[in-house]
Design a protein around this ligand. Structure first.
Ligand SMILES: [Zn+2]
Ligand SMILES: [Zn+2]
Length: 250
């Protein structure tokens, strides 16, 4: 599988960069958008036609994760049928159904179909098997463990979350841990996001190979964030900062 960062800021876009959004592609050609923050559509256009998306998977309904869902659907609704092979395919949008109002907005007549993921079992989304774990956040949010069936490769995406010990178990032996990191080490046990050292600790305890720091803070030195995470993760873990259009081929 291949992961491409599209937007990597937490909260709000800045400095010509958008908020949380990633493109996950399988070897078989399935294109899955992980969260759909601001600028997702225009960043996506640098990678593929937004009409080529097969599905969207959202961790929760904060704006920095769903801001571009509306314009993504308008893009597909207004794109001329037949152009570049566009067949008007309905977009499947997977989200949790614990917020009925937000979940209901995922469905749009002839354009998109909201599908509630089942957090109690494994969910088949194209070539991926996805399981979920509720995180610590002001609104209901899910971390997700995404396994590519054919290769067995594992991406662990934390969504937005404060630290809790269950995350390391959930992330065990993942090939890539994509973590929400919004604080330096002076903050810990926050009710919303991880700190640098908490993300590093989870990576070390889970024995992941690669830790990618994302959902980045606007007013913190990112090199400091990275070196704190690296110190906590230990030398066995490669730690990198996410950046728009940076790619990880697993
Ligand atoms: Zn967020
Ligand atoms: Zn959030």
């Amino acid at each position: 599988m291949k992961l491409t960062a599209l937007g990597v800021w937490g909260g709000y876009p800045t400095r010509d960069g958008g908020t949380t959004s990633y493109l996950l592609q399988s070897e078989s050609g399935f294109n899955l958008l992980l969260d759909c923050g601001s600028r997702a559509v225009t960043e996506l256009e640098h990678e593929l036609q937004p009409t080529q998306l097969d599905a969207v998977l959202v961790s929760h309904y904060h704006e920095d994760h769903i801001a571009d869902l509306g314009v993504l659907r308008q893009y597909r609704q207004l794109y001329p049928l037949g152009q570049d092979g566009w067949d008007g395919m309905m977009l499947k949008i997977y989200g949790h159904a614990e917020d009925k109002y937000e979940f209901s907005k995922l469905t749009m007549d002839k354009v998109s179909e909201g599908i509630a993921y089942d957090v109690a079992k494994s969910n088949k989304i194209g070539p991926f098997d996805v399981t979920f774990l509720k995180t610590i956040h002001p609104v209901t949010c899910y971390a997700m463990r995404i396994v590519e069936r054919r290769t067995g490769q594992v991406l662990l995406y934390t969504g937005d979350t404060g630290y809790f010990s269950g995350l390391a178990d959930f992330a065990k032996n993942a090939d890539l841990l994509l973590a929400d990191v919004y604080f330096l080490k002076d903050k810990h046990d926050m009710p919303n996001h991880l700190s640098s050292v908490e993300a590093g600790r989870i990576a070390r305890e889970a024995a992941v190979k690669l830790l990618v720091l994302s959902h980045l803070p606007q007013f913190i030195d990112l090199n400091e964030l990275k070196s704190e995470a690296q110190a906590a993760a230990g030398s066995a873990v490669v730690v990198e900062l996410a950046k728009p259009h940076k790619k990880w081929q697993l």
